[in-house]
Design a binder for this molecule. Structure first.
Ligand SMILES: Nc1ncnc2c1ncn2[C@@H]1O[C@H](COP(=O)(O)OP(=O)(O)OP(=O)(O)O)[C@@H](O)[C@H]1O
Length: 229
């Protein structure tokens, strides 16, 4: 079996008065892409919260391959339209973990920010406010922010859902590329085409792991497909 980036053993997690995951045992393979699929409310975002460390496990173990802090790209609907930030500022926030909140970014930081804006095709939007952008443009900025963190584990909550083909393609291509450079990518998604392109798939149902394995095995019958969208 390939190396694991994260091993979850009998994990329980949730919110005050609302347990979500229970007895959750799964592996996230290292240097590969994993899709987390399942119906609304099945626990996908909760699982990403646990993997990111934002949400503590209330039982069980979460063992990471490294001590590096994961990068977490939240759902774009979680970002208020009125957030007063430009695209460049948004992507630059990805460097704060390296530099600290009040330190000036170095030339290297600025070059990392420029690289990811370029790779996501948003260089021409650098000075625009996030709130003025289309959903696809905003999502590219958020993914660029996640990549600018240069983490070895990149977690994304529905990065391609609801986007047009060109934004989906741009984001998927970059995610594929970074895994070949040693990054582990996990995305929660309702986009079955995106899930089919990943290396590994976790199918959740009511906070439980229903199936785990290659997408071709996990996303099989129509019955299962109805549970994910
Ligand atoms: N902050 C919160 N406080 C309390 N309950 C929450 C909170 N966030 C999510 N929940 C509940 O936890 C359960 C799992 O939610 P979660 O967001 O993990 O599901 P999901 O699979 O990501 O859903 P979706 O596909 O709609 O994004 C749901 O019943 C949800 O209502």
């Amino acid at each position: 079996m390939a190396a694991s980036q994260v091993e979850l053993t009998a994990v329980a997690a949730g919110y005050p008065g609302r347990p979500v995951l229970s007895g959750f045992t799964a592996q996230i393979p290292a240097f590969a892409t994993t899709a987390v699929v399942g119906a609304n409310g099945s626990g996908k975002s909760t699982l990403l919260g646990v993997l990111s460390g934002v949400l503590p496990a209330t039982a069980g173990q979460v063992a990471h391959r490294t001590n590096a802090r994961p990068a977490f790209v939240v759902q774009r609907s979680a970002i208020a339209d009125t957030f007063p930030l430009t695209v460049r500022e948004t992507v630059s926030m990805g460097r704060w973990g390296h530099r600290g909140l009040w330190r000036r970014l170095t030339a290297h930081d600025r070059s990392v920010v420029d690289t990811w804006m370029e790779r996501l095709g948003i260089t021409n939007l650098a000075g625009r406010q996030l709130g003025e952008l289309s959903g696809g443009q905003r999502q590219r900025a958020l993914v660029a922010q996640g990549l600018a963190q240069e983490a070895d584990l990149l977690l994304l909550d529905e990065p391609t859902t609801g986007l047009d083909a060109s934004a989906r393609e741009a984001i998927t291509a970059v995610l594929d590329e970074v895994t070949t450079n040693g990054v582990t990518v996990v995305q929660a998604t309702h986009d079955l085409a995106a899930a089919r392109r990943t290396d590994h798939c976790l199918l959740l149902h009511d906070g439980q792991l229903l199936r785990e394995g290659p997408p071709a095995d996990v996303l099989t019958s129509l019955d299962l497909l109805h549970r994910v969208d």
